[in-house]
Design a protein around this ligand. Structure first.
Ligand code: GAP
Length: 448
């Protein structure tokens, strides 16, 4: 059962240390957020789950971590300098600027200027001379440096087509109106795969990736029934796309894009390639006078072919928001009380288990709990916490709220028989098990 509204999620994120407003003590910086102790864990777990599903589970997909600072020529030939813009209007009454499709109701039509295009890329000076000629862009998507590295990765790994390059990392967009918490921000992370296929194989590959991505989100706790597939109409397609399917999720503020899966054709490799006239590029690309690389492969007949590319591109922040929203549960209990519990998939939980000594000042109990924590930590499943507050009820409430799948209580009986009480987050059921069985129990719980 998702949260009732965005405020509930924002409050939980701040209260428990998932997400803070960035530069908060100086009034904040619009469109930027900081991920706190639990937020960074959940975010890393999400990115790791994506990496595992892409890179480790597919021998024909390789990883990349390219620079954020990007040579302007990359973004000239990608089309971003010319087309990566949103229409912007000024309101002469309130003196504020808005994206043309996001003007608040209180601004009257007659107060608005004609829309003009506003490029969303952040520019920054490179080196010590600030005369405006030495600049770079902060990448607006991670994709472009995947394309520019196409030959490097291909040559160094000797992969036949189809093969893919996966990247997770920051992207920056000077959004005119950042809004809805972490949904639309100016600094965010993307998880992008560029999957290169031979022309003619692109449509089937596109269909397959749409299906794979829906299945993957289901495993992260965003059920298939909560997603709508939006076949982007031709007039709304990005300049590079032949077909795009957006995975739409009902965020607390409305139905919006979580991930886009685009068929980018041979536009990108074709645009970044030298000797374009020797290649049979099907999409409309600008003449490239600067590239020193031929972005093509030879087919069985020895002809040079520019591969097509299928791109599943997901936002980490939007994934985070959808996952927390789905997991958020305000539950009525039998005793008339209620609890908030984050029913996260255990592999995503920021804390995998909390080890709780029954008595915070009993040395034997606390030491036993510490040893259990250390041993479970060594398995490498993620963070295990020693929760020595001396208040079991409070500890359970906290760990329900942050989504810890398992609480382990060490008490006086433990000292006699090496057993502990384990409590399941979702069912709240408790049982005794041996300390020696804990590791396997936790592995089963987190891996399933
Ligand atoms: N490389 C293709 C690309 O960047 P996009 O639809 O512009 O396509 C892909 O972005 C994903 O990145 C979106 O589906 C969304 O999840 C995320 N995203 C885009 N802009 C964002 C923003 N301002 N704030 C948070 N996430 C954003």
């Amino acid at each position: 059962m998702p949260a009732k509204n965005m405020d509930e999620i924002v409050a939980l994120c701040k209260r428990r240390g998932f997400i803070f407003q960035s530069s908060e003590i100086y009034g904040g910086l619009q469109g930027t957020y900081d991920f706190g102790p639990l937020g960074v864990e959940l975010k890393n777990n999400l990115k790791n789950a994506w990496w595992e599903a892409m890179v480790y589970e597919n021998d024909n997909i390789e990883g990349l971590d390219s620079s954020i600072l990007t040579n302007p020529l990359v973004l000239k030939y990608s089309g971003h300098e010319d087309t990566f813009s949103d229409p912007m209007v000024d309101c002469k009454s309130c003196n504020l600027r808005f994206r043309a499709d996001q003007v608040p109701e209180h601004c009257k039509d007659e107060d608005l200027t004609e829309p003009r295009q506003f490029n969303l890329m952040f520019k920054t000076n490179v080196g010590p001379i600030e005369d405006g000629s030495n600049y770079a862009y902060l990448r607006p998507e991670t994709a472009q440096q995947i394309f520019t590295n196409f030959k490097n990765v291909l040559d160094s790994t000797s992969k036949p087509i189809p093969f893919g390059i996966a990247q997770v990392g920051k992207a920056f967009r000077n959004e005119i109106t950042p809004r809805n918490f972490i949904f639309r921000v100016r600094e965010f992370e993307q998880m992008e795969l560029e999957y290169f296929v031979m022309p003619g194989e692109d449509e089937d590959a596109h269909t397959l990736w749409v299906q794979k991505r829906v299945e993957w989100w289901d495993k992260q706790g965003v059920p298939t029934k909560s997603l709508e597939l939006y076949d982007v109409p031709t007039e709304e397609l990005a300049h590079y796309s032949k077909k795009t399917v957006d995975l739409m999720y009902k965020f607390p503020h409305g139905l919006e894009e979580l991930e886009g899966i685009a068929n980018r054709t041979d536009f990108d490799l074709g645009s970044h390639s030298k000797k374009q006239d020797e290649l049979n590029i099907t999409s409309k690309v600008n003449v490239n006078k600067h590239s020193n690389s031929k972005m093509a492969v030879q087919n069985e007949s020895g002809d040079w072919v520019v591969p097509y590319v299928i791109e599943p591109s997901a936002g980490v922040e939007r994934g985070f928001l959808a996952i927390i929203n789905e997991a958020y549960t305000d539950e009525e209990l039998e005793d008339g009380k209620s609890r908030i519990v984050l029913k996260l998939k255990p592999h995503l939980s920021p804390v995998k288990a909390a080890v709780i000594p029954l008595k915070k000042n009993n040395e034997d109990i606390v030491n036993t709990a510490k040893n259990i924590k250390d041993d479970l930590q060594k398995i490498g499943l993620g963070r295990i916490i020693l929760e020595n507050t001396g208040n079991i009820g409070k500890s359970y409430r906290k760990h329900d709220e942050i989504g810890t799948p398992l609480c382990i209580t060490v008490d006086f009986d433990t000292l006699d028989d090496n057993s502990v009480t384990i409590r399941d987050r979702d069912t709240m059921s408790q049982k005794r098990i041996q300390i020696s069985d804990l590791a396997n129990y936790l592995i089963e719980l987190v891996k399933k």
